[in-house]
Design a protein around this ligand. Structure first.
Ligand code: NAD
Length: 355
């Protein structure tokens, strides 16, 4: 599998990735390696990685409890303290091995420790392989508000090894699929079409699916690394998706939604809005809704839920001058950014979702 050139770093697959990892460790003469893991990746992913690292550098493992709930400043403070206690300096390297929570938080910890030290991402969930580990967005949540604190800073390298997916629960695989579907919907109709019936999909092709998805994201990010314009396209499904995710996270009576599960709902709702604005045809909307609803379990929203979710929208980072800006589809495979949407249309998107 060919390497993918990104902004100042490369995404490298399988064995070649580990060769490059060892090369970079050697060439950069790091003083110490710190591997950040969560409680699950410490158990199931680290034992595979450690024997592949060829370095005389001292290696320290830093673990935090798995889960979005821990993607916060308290976890960062604990890790910054451990780094300090273990003598991390500006020539130390952080290797993040885990899902999006580890790569987001570990990248942020590295980007801010002593004004920034090098980090490398080794994503171990489908979602982090195709999305979170790529593109340089690092950050943490503020209470239940998603990704409110963070910086854009690129890793030195991303190593993709789909063997890690062998231990990943099905529900997490599905969550990653949401971002893959998004990449098809905004940029590539042919790529999208292969997911219309998952039973026809050959998961032996997972490397090719991951490769294409990273390429789509990377091409967008390369043109607009700071999200001033077209990078906003990657937020399709996320304006409502993030608000839904936040709402479910803070509400103890609700089942916890995975990131991809929330984004999947957000994509159905924002496709409905695209339909109302005459940007996609009825057939396209029904195709999107049927496909996503066949993969992801339906979630029930009552009036109070919808009202609270609308309130959360005001915190969306994509807001400008108090106006909520949406990314909508302009036909499957195309997008349009900075769209205003009236509250009534958002409410009707929830009503249509349950039909
Ligand atoms: N920075 C970005 O551009 C970007 C893009 C998309 C999503 N994100 C963020 O990514 C996060 C979601 O990432 P995620 O879905 O990977 O969640 P996650 O990191 O919580 O991982 C999901 C679960 O899988 C476990 N796990 C990880 N790898 C495993 C493996 N190989 N085998 C078994 N279990 C494994 C984890 O411990 C966790 O329990 C969210 O915080 C989201 O905001 C960031």
């Amino acid at each position: 599998m060919q390497a993918i050139k990104a902004n100042g770093y490369t995404v490298i697959f399988n064995n070649e990735g580990y060769i490059e990892l060892n090369k970079q460790i050697l060439e950069n003469k790091y003083s110490k390696l710190f591997i950040i893991v969560d409680s699950n990746t410490n158990e199931v992913c680290l034992p595979k990685l450690l024997p592949l690292i060829e370095s005389n550098c001292p290696i320290e493992i830093i673990e935090f409890e798995a889960g979005e709930i821990n993607k916060n400043i308290e976890t960062c403070v604990q890790i910054w303290k451990v780094l300090t206690d273990l003598g991390a300096d500006r020539k130390s390297l952080i290797i993040n091995i885990g899902g999006g929570v580890v790569t987001d938080l570990g990248g942020f910890v590295a980007s801010t420790f002593k004004r920034g030290i090098d980090f490398i991402n080794i994503p171990t969930t489908l979602l982090s392989m195709v999305d979170a580990s790529i593109g340089g967005k690092t950050g943490i949540d503020l209470g239940n508000l998603k990704n409110q604190i963070g910086v854009i800073n690129n890793p030195k390298l991303v190593v993709i090894d789909s063997d890690f997916l062998e231990t990943l629960p099905q529900i997490e695989m599905r969550s990653g699929l949401a971002e893959i579907l998004k990449h098809g919907l905004i940029c590539d109709k042919i790529y999208w079409k292969q997911f219309l019936d998952l039973s026809t999909l050959n998961f032996d092709d997972i490397d090719a699916i991951i490769f294409d998805s990273i390429k789509i994201k990377n091409e967008i990010v390369m043109q607009d690394p700071k999200e001033l314009g077209i990078r906003k396209a990657l937020n399709f499904g996320h304006t409502l998706g993030h608000a839904i995710e936040s709402y479910f996270m803070e509400n103890p009576t609700k089942k916890n939604l995975l990131h991809g599960e929330a984004i999947a709902i957000g994509m159905v709702l924002e496709s409905f809005i695209s339909r109302v604005k005459n940007l996609i045809s009825k057939e396209e909307y029904l195709e999107i809704k049927a496909t996503i609803k066949s993969i992801f379990e339906e979630v029930v929203f009552d009036e109070k839920d919808i009202h609270s979710i609308l309130n959360l929208l005001i915190h969306d980072k994509k807001n400008e001058n108090g106006t909520i800006k949406f990314v909508l589809l302009d036909g499957i495979g195309n997008y349009i950014i900075n769209q205003n949407v009236e509250n009534e249309v958002i409410i009707s998107s929830f009503e249509d979702y349950k039909l």
